[in-house]
Design a protein around this ligand. Structure first.
Ligand code: UGY
Ligand code: MN
Length: 260
């Protein structure tokens, strides 16, 4: 008997992936690779972008040895899943190991090159400047160097905020680790949108009015105010990397009729 849990019925038109008005679940069996301008020896699996209504772009970059990303007109955040990347920012250089990350402010010349076959999360977002606030500085670090805190006093749900929480930054990227059985303490509905990559373990994600089994490798996009809740199931902790827009007034970027 084949192991039913491993059975991929994609060739018969079946998948867990879902495309709804206020959320997408994209599972690895439906990923399609593409090239983005300037990329060399590198492919992108684009998970989220303006065409779906998102105000950011998120993709997984798959590098061959020597592969590079193209340039971007936006801010860029890179989180290394596996392999090794060299990041050159103006005069600074750093090697990223797995769980290493780079924040590159908008307009800063940089180069990201793989020294071995590598996979990385790449998030890009146009910067929303504030008149009274200095723009953010570049960051090269590793998740292992960031301290975690319990969400809503639940020690079984630990959050690491990879970027500083101040108004120079207009987005956040966090990791969240749930011990088996841990869950969000509420159904969240909020003004921020999310891009989420499951990194380990699994569980049940409520998105809108649907409950999905999810596992490592799945990507989820949640639109603003999409009802969301997660519980970890299984014998190992569940972990995800989650993007949200942050620290900006909801009217920023909107043209009001009074201003026309
Ligand atoms: O930061 C968040 O909004 C986070 N708690 N949301 C989520 O995990 N779906
Ligand atoms: Mn949320």
């Amino acid at each position: 008997m084949p192991d039913q849990s491993q059975l991929n019925l994609g060739h018969l038109g079946q998948t867990r992936s879902a495309h709804q008005r206020n959320h997408f679940l994209l599972t690895a069996d439906t990923f399609v690779r593409t090239a983005l301008p300037g990329m060399q020896k590198c492919a992108a699996i684009v998970h989220a972008g303006p065409a779906m209504g998102a105000a950011f772009t998120q993709y997984t970059a798959e590098f061959e040895v020597g592969g590079t990303l193209g340039s971007t007109a936006s801010q860029r955040f890179v989180y290394l899943l596996e392999g090794e990347l060299k990041v050159k920012l103006d005069a600074k250089r750093a090697d990223l190991d797995p769980r290493g990350f780079a924040f590159i402010p908008q307009g800063l010349r940089h180069r990201v090159t793989a020294t071995t076959a590598s996979r990385a999360v790449v998030i890009e977002k146009p910067y929303q400047a504030l008149a009274s606030v200095r723009p953010p500085k570049p960051i090269l670090s590793n998740e292992d160097a960031v301290s975690s805190h319990a969400l809503n006093d639940d020690p079984d749900l630990q959050v690491k905020c990879l970027l500083p929480d101040n108004f120079s930054f207009d987005f956040a990227v966090n990791t969240m680790v749930y011990q088996p059985g841990a869950a969000l303490s509420q159904v969240e509905m909020h003004v921020m949108e999310h891009g989420l990559l499951m990194l380990a373990g699994g569980g049940i994600y409520r998105l809108g009015d649907s409950w999905y089994p999810v596992t490592a490798g799945d990507f989820i996009w949640m639109a603003r105010w999409c009802p969301q809740w997660f519980a970890a199931i299984g014998k190992v902790p569940a972990k995800y990397l989650i993007y949200k827009d942050w620290n900006r007034h909801p009217l920023i970027g909107m043209e009001t009729s009074a201003a026309k």
